[in-house]
Design a protein around this ligand. Structure first.
Ligand code: ATP
Length: 311
């Protein structure tokens, strides 16, 4: 069983317009509306991989109902904690050359709603193999995001826990010694974690080897079309990916997290297989228009072409 958490889901709306001009009226040539939020993207890819999963999330208002219906239609088993506030919308305006984004903050979650979430989490699972917490946390009444994430982690200390959240929050949580087993920073996030303004393979390798933050942690440093450098069970690998034609790489990190989660559940001792699976999911997502979407057969073909080398 794989559990995902999305504390701040959204309805993601993309307007494709001919040319974006500030102050002008625009009539989109295409409007795309999806259930979004990083953890829900992870869930969608897990579903496509055939995983046994449950998605936990906070949902409220009409937007929340819309997302719940969507998740039902797609077939994602969802445990929603219903809230008084309204789930947010995030808008992307795309004119073919640039994307402009407007991201609402999300509703405040009351203390009772936070208790309900934890309660729903505790009472709905006997055994969890892998848990993934992704994305931002909205404002929490009387609580910090750090304590909220920590309490979820501490309630699942036997599972393999993956954390994919903002670097500054990640550092805070790692310092609490809560049970985190894997992180997936991208290049920018890794720079923040190790306090460097530029990175090379050598710098990443040295940091993964020596930085105390990464002791006892699996770390997937993903580098977009340059693949990844991965620390897995105390071994460090460089993974080179073949060149592909990318369509939309937004959500490739989430697809990678889904691949890690599925790989860890199915092939725990096969490091190279897990790395290939994770990266191939990210690659496949990049070839698709829709965020959080892969083609599993294509991902398998990509996986066979990824070069994994022990450093
Ligand atoms: P996001 O935040 O959009 O979910 P990310 O920044 O966390 O993504 P990336 O490092 O961009 O994650 O990508 C994760 C993985 O997806 C990469 O390691 C790679 O395997 C694949 N990937 C991403 N972008 C591309 C691309 N343009 N071409 C090929 N593969 C890609």
């Amino acid at each position: 069983m794989i559990i995902t958490h999305t504390f701040n889901p959204s309805i993601d709306i993309t307007y494709n317009v001919e040319q974006l001009q500030l102050g002008n009226v625009h009539r989109p040539v295409q409007t795309i509306k999806n259930a979004g939020g990083k953890g829900l993207n992870v869930s969608k890819v897990l579903l496509q991989l055939g995983a046994d999963l449950k998605a936990h999330t906070y949902l409220g208002g009409e937007n929340g109902q819309w997302i719940e219906r969507q998740l039902n239609e797609i077939g994602i088993p969802t445990i929603a904690t219903h809230i008084k506030g309204s789930t947010r919308q995030c808008i992307a305006i795309n004119d073919g050359s640039k994307q402009t984004e407007i991201l609402e903050q999300g509703p405040e979650i009351s203390q009772d709603e936070q208790h309900d979430y934890l309660d729903n989490f505790q009472k709905n699972h006997n055994h969890i193999d892998v848990m993934a917490i992704s994305g931002s946390t909205p404002a929490l009444q009387g609580n910090t995001s750090k304590n909220h994430v920590k309490s979820i982690l501490e309630n699942s200390s036997d599972s393999y826990n993956i954390l994919d959240i903002r670097a500054s929050e990640l550092i805070d949580i790692l310092e609490t010694k809560a049970p985190v087993h894997c992180i997936k920073p991208n290049e920018e996030e890794f720079k923040t974690l190790v306090n460097e303004s530029s990175l090379s393979d050598k710098k990443i390798y040295n940091s993964l080897k020596a930085h105390t933050l990464f002791n006892d942690l699996d770390v997937f440093v993903t580098l977009g079309d340059k693949g990844a450098i991965v620390k897995l069970k105390d071994k460090i690998y460089k993974a080179e990916i073949p060149e592909i034609t990318a369509e939309n790489s937004v959500g490739s990190g989430d697809a990678t997290v889904a691949g890690i989660a599925f790989g860890m559940e199915k092939f725990y001792n096969e490091n190279e297989k897990i790395i290939r699976l994770a990266l191939s999911c990210g690659m496949s997502n990049a070839t698709q228009k829709e965020t959080g979407h892969i083609n599993p057969e294509q991902a398998q073909e990509f996986a066979n072409k990824i070069k994994v080398e022990l450093l």
